[in-house]
Design a protein around this ligand. Sequence first.
Ligand SMILES: Nc1ncnc2c1ncn2[C@@H]1O[C@H](COP(=O)(O)OP(=O)(O)OP(=O)(O)O)[C@@H](O)[C@H]1O
Length: 533
Amino acid sequence: MSSFDEFDAFEGASLSARAMPRQAGAYLEQLNPPQREAVETLDGPVLMLAGAGTGKTRALMARVAHLIVTGRARSNEILAVTFTNKAAKEMQKRLGQTPFELREPVRWMGTFHSICVKLLRRHAELAGLKSNFTILDTDDQIRLMKQLIRAANIDDKRWPARMLANIIDGWKNRALTPDKVPAADGGAYNHKGVELYAQYQARLIELNACDFGDLLLHMVTIFQTHEDVLAQYQRWFKFILVDEYQDTNVAQYLWLRLLAQGHKNICCVGDDDQSIYGWRGAEVGNILRFEKDFPGAHVVRLEQNYRSTPHILGAASGVIAGNQDRLGKTLWTAAKEGELVRLIGHWDGEEEARWIGDEIEALSAGSSSIAQRRENSRSEQMMQEIERLHDRDVFRGLNSREQLVGRLKEHETFLVNESNTNLLWELTTRQQEGLSLEPAFTKFNLDEMAILVRASHQMRAFEDRFLTIGLPYRVIGGPRFYERLEIRDAMAYFRVVVSPEDDLAFERIVNTPKRGWVTRRNRPFRWPRAPMV
Ligand SMILES: Nc1ncnc2c1ncn2[C@@H]1O[C@H](COP(=O)(O)OP(=O)(O)OP(=O)(O)O)[C@@H](O)[C@H]1O
């Protein structure tokens, strides 16, 4: 076991931070009543059910500050799990500023993975690793699996390594070590999955490496098998906070449960309506079951939305109402009406990209779709037609879009097509509701507009279109720094220098750049140890 004593957990906690409790501060005044309830209920399990834009980040930060300011915990006694490391950094920064003014950073604030790396480096030998273990990326994982698959004489064209990687990942998300995989999963990967999983884990240990899933799996196993280690962390982490609880998987849930078992001071923040990571093992059941798992839990609902207009909330609520198994909450806002939501169907991605490109140009030029269309001769015709119909009272007293379409058909106008009727209906309702038509003619900056896509391949049609029409754009959330090919190659060189036994890194760079060396198939890599860099 790592040699460190309880004092290590508090390293960096200065005397000033351990001083007498201060007065609860201005941060409480900036909260609405449910937020305040979620912040001030410090003891026992708390579930903060927070819809989008309801100020959960604000409440989460206030809770951290409140624990410290009232002297209930020192900054190093709080374990705060955030969804991304970026979110942790941002919160850390804001906690140092008004209205919180914390003097010390919360050292155990980060993602499940970043916190588990820190813990596992301390206890690596309990998992058969050295503390300087390497963390494999997906490429390395696949490379290693391919070696094992070929060594087992399996055709990796028919049974791709990526398929095995997904299966093993799924088991790790469910906190299953090879010996715990249920018999029902025995048929996985042509009945070879469990055996290859065991070989893969053994090979990782030889390489002094682990993959992403192992970071949690090893820590759950260590906590389950070493009571003394678990007890130590249960004592240190007096209060636990978890963000995006609806996205936790079984392994993360077990890890949290083990740590919170003693004091049960765990506050989970989440929204059962925003669970989108089922495909990577997230269990929305974790949040639905919270009150069962933590009897006596205090549930607070944050329902006042500060970000959206009633139309947007209404549309979102309509979609969400169809979800099954909800804990239920009703978002509301004090904001005024705002723009209507438009739903526009397109034939394919290219047509959609073309339409959106035109719309963006129109919005940034300060011309609505109608005004923009007025600019070309075809649209001149369109404006004349609208005026003609207007004179015949076609738009008066309309109750539905269908009625509008009916009247347009009666007048045999060429305006009957989906995009024109959408636009005419929007303008009609705006007028009926006494709303100004102004917003449709306001100029917008390009950095006020965004396109959200579900998967990165959907960006292509937009990029093609924007390049064609010369519309400047930025892509946010493309491949991350460490995922870029050249960065991964450079990292592999460093890994070989630091750990000469890292065969996977060696395999990656041995022919990068191309040196014309041939590697033999069906053989795991074991290279002669000669200095090469
Ligand atoms: N009590 C409050 N009074 C006024 N404004 C608030 C209050 N709480 C939050 N806000 C504002 O609402 C907006 C959303 O807050 P915050 O980012 O904390 O929400 P969130 O729930 O974390 O959002 P999301 O999870 O959807 O990103 C921010 O602009 C914040 O300043």
